[in-house]
Design a protein around this ligand. Sequence first.
Ligand code: IDP
Ligand code: MG
Length: 140
Amino acid sequence: MPVTRTFSIIKPDATRRNLTGAVTKMLEDAGLRVIASRRIHMTKDQAEGFYAVHRERPFFSDLVAFMTSGPVVVQALEGEDAVKRNRDIMGATNPADAADGTIRKTFAESIEANSVHGSDSDENAKIEIDYFFKPEEVVG
Ligand code: IDP
Ligand code: MG
């Protein structure tokens, strides 16, 4: 499997409960390496731009409000088949559907406050990493 990159966000429900380390440990134990990390409080503009693909979805404005409700940790991750590896350890969007041992099954509060974001393709991973990090901030 080639080593690739993906983009992760530890969401406000997780930072509020002091789970940054616990979530990151699950990512690392799954074979992912944190190659960039920053704690930020997203602006409304940043969150709307990041989730622009979901603009027409009924939950869009709630999602933007949630993602700007507290600090998040944005991360670039590297590992073999990183996008799929991260999606596997994250678990299903709705924690009620997530498999045992996944981050969302372990920590998520709801389908919205589901603790983590992960890119869904290599193409989007690059777009999302570039949205939050300058090239020199990503150190593999
Ligand atoms: P994903 O995060 O598993 O890739 P997406 O469908 O890309 O799921 O949705 C982005 C985010 O929007 C989810 O992680 C979750 O926070 C929120 N979301 C998705 N579906 C719903 C919903 O039906 N109600 C409320 N929030 C939702
Ligand atoms: Mg998604």
